[in-house]
Structures are given as C-alpha cells and as structure tokens.
Design a binder for this molecule. Structure first.
Ligand SMILES: N[C@@H](CCC(=O)N[C@@H](CS)C(=O)NCC(=O)O)C(=O)O
Length: 226
C-alpha cells in the first residue's frame, strides 16, 4: 500500500526524481513524501543516516524494507507491485535486457554532464577554469547525446527502449531535463531527443514530480555551447 511507503528526496536530485516517477507510474502517488533540504543538511539527519549511512537521496522505506539506490527502488517497486500501474520491465528476456541496458547506460550522460561539466564548473572559480578541458568535456557530452539520438531513430522516436514507456525512460528523462535546464541546445542539435523531451514532459507522472525549485530558479547556462 502506498501509505506504507516513505520516500526521502531532494529537489533537483536526478536519482530522487527517477524514484518519484516510478512511484507515480506504479500508481503509488499516496506515498509519504519527505522533502529534504540540501541547504539545511537535512539529508544528513539522524533519521536518514539510520537507514542510509551515506546520507543520500533518494532513501526509501516500505514497511521494514529499506532501499537506497534509485535503480534499486524502481526495481523493488516493479517487482512488488507487478500488476499495478505501468509495467516498467518487459517479461521477454531480450526486451528486458535492452531496457536494463538503456537504464544503466544513462550513467554515461550523468558522468559527462554532471561530473564532467556541472561539478567542475561549480567547484572551480571562473578564473581557474581550464577552458580546453571544458571544451573537451562539452564535446564528450555532445558525442554521448548523438548516440542517444541514434537510439531514438531505431524506434521511430517513441520511447528510448521501444514502443512502450519503461524503466529506461524513468532514468533518461530526468537526466535529459538536467541537460536541457543547463541550456544545451537540444532542438537544434538533437531533434529526436528534443521531441522525446517535449512529449515526456507532459506525462502526468513527470509533471507531478517535477523538481519544485527547477520550476522557479534558472540554472547556470553551463551547456549552452556543448
Ligand atoms: N547512485 C545513487 C546516487 C545518490 C546520490 O548521489 N544522491 C545525491 C543527490 S543527487 C546526494 O544525496 N548527495 C548528497 C551527498 O552525497 O551527501 C542513486 O542512484 O540513488
């Protein structure tokens, strides 16, 4: 039951958003939603550290079951609420493997966008930034997105692992939104990804769980020239 579930999450956390989309897709929108403020350090509170020693989000509880990795949370939800809401993992082993592959491959975008560009830019003073490094990092991100543009071409631009919405979309969409928010010119460079983004952003599970501060606070234009 949704009321037995608690999700600790933070606004702007891509993995938190993935878990939230999965909860919505599985028809569990009545879960206990515990918003944590990074600014106030609430993710390091005793309540969170007790069940997640890293003090990270998302942190998830369902009765006595505790799951801390966002992918673990989504797989747990799919297995526990198999016959409820949207089926996130197909039964066919070949299709399932593709969905899992795409789901895990999203880490390549994360490493390039968040690790390679976002964290570097925010943690390095403008005068200390290595512009040649940043240029290379942006090129690597653009190359990565080209691969995803190609994936969409294989499926007539519907969903990222085929004709149905799956776990892979719950992983890709939040990450893609992060990139769009940082002003990467998706429409000009990656038209299939751009129309995928436009379509999925209207999905009810996505709209209800959109990170609140992303609706009100602009991001630095870190990927404008990627
Ligand atoms: N692999 C984890 C990543 C979790 C993670 O890195 N969460 C970040 C926010 S996006 C966090 O809580 N950072 C605070 C910290 O590490 O202290 C997952 O997918 O759930």
């Amino acid at each position: 039951m949704a009321s037995d579930i608690t999700l600790y999450w933070a606004s702007g956390s891509v993995p938190s958003w993935r878990a939230m989309i999965c909860l919505e897709e599985k028809g569990l929108s009545g879960y206990n939603s515990k918003f944590l403020s990074f600014q106030k350090g609430e993710h390091k509170s005793e309540e969170v550290l007790k069940i997640n020693p890293r003090g990270q989000v998302p942190t998830f509880k369902h009765g006595d079951a505790v799951v801390n990795e966002s992918l673990g949370v989504c797989l747990y939800l799919e297995n526990t609420f198999k016959n409820q809401g949207i089926k996130l993992l197909p039964d066919d082993p070949v299709q399932q493997a593709l969905v899992l592959q795409r789901t895990i491959e999203v880490d390549n975008i994360r490493d390039k966008a968040i690790g390679g560009i976002f964290h570097y830019s925010l943690r390095t003073k403008p005068e200390d930034r290595d512009e040649a490094y940043l240029k290379g990092a942006k090129k690597a991100l653009a190359e990565e997105l080209k691969t995803w543009e190609g994936y969409l071409a294989q499926h007539d631009g519907s969903y990222i692992a085929g004709k149905d919405f799956t776990l892979a979309d719950t992983s890709l969409f939040p990450m893609l939104t992060f990139v769009v928010r940082n002003q990467l010119p998706l429409k000009e460079r990656f038209p299939r990804l751009a129309s995928y983004y436009e379509r999925l952003k209207e999905r009810p599970s996505v709209k209800t769980s959109w990170p609140p501060h992303w609706q009100t606070t602009p991001a630095p234009h870190l990927m404008k020239d990627a």
